[in-house]
Design a protein around this ligand. Sequence first.
Ligand SMILES: Cc1ncc(C[n+]2csc(CCOP(=O)(O)OP(=O)(O)O)c2C)c(N)n1
Length: 261
Amino acid sequence: MKYTQTQIDLRRKLLSLYYGANAGHIGSSLSCIDVLIALFGIKTDAERVILSKGHAAAALYCVLNHIGEIDDLTLETFYKNGTKLSAHPSANSFLNIPFALGSLGHGFPIACGIAQANQLLKNSDYVYVVMSDGDTNEGTTWEAAHYAVAKKLSNLMVIIDKNNLQGFGRTMDILGDTANNEVWSHIGFEVIEADGHDVAQFKERLQLLKGSSDKPKLIIANTIKGKGVDYMENKMEWHYLPMNAEQYTQALNSLSTLNNA
Ligand SMILES: Cc1ncc(C[n+]2csc(CCOP(=O)(O)OP(=O)(O)O)c2C)c(N)n1
């Protein structure tokens, strides 16, 4: 897979935000930024994308900057006193951030409510919710999953950013594989898998899934935590660590060779 210029440019922007803020969650943002690029590339103005894994807010901010919803000056206020760009998204800070997010397990139930409201209003808008595999450890996720099936929320598109890592270890070693195709299919979801870093393929699979049935939809996006920065890839510590000057330079160098392989 070749990275598009947008994927590289937004990664560069993302790293500069994290370096300027001396903040962590870099691996989490690099894991889901391509899914967000794809979703904001296909959604209509009326449709909502809910980032349930709100700790990756910086990825969302970079994508909103890319589509013109957050201006460059505002973007630079990330993490600073008085900013609208807090470490986790704040409610109503922007049109595309209508809810506070970051407490895992909350995005999916919110998305169910919007999907059901859309159905009652008889409009055809989809709701997209991006969860982490850690999100699928939360009790509220399973309550929402059964609700979505019972109410036939066919306009609900759940995406699991499946990078197999959480904050304290590998997902498999914590509660097992709760982001599993068979489990979600068995509950009543229409499920497909996609490469969560291949924007074109992801969009194609998403379009295939739409309209496939009256079931709620799920894309298991197979991803790599830290994707694009060689020394961060698949390393749990980059959930937390901020970069020092040397690591920042090294990360930018890694981005500059992305399409060489
Ligand atoms: C309810 C809740 N418990 C704990 C946390 C603290 N926390 C932040 S991220 C995280 C886990 C990160 O793993 P995962 O959710 O899989 O996200 P990703 O690997 O995609 O960053 C935890 C436990 C939280 N945000 N919400």
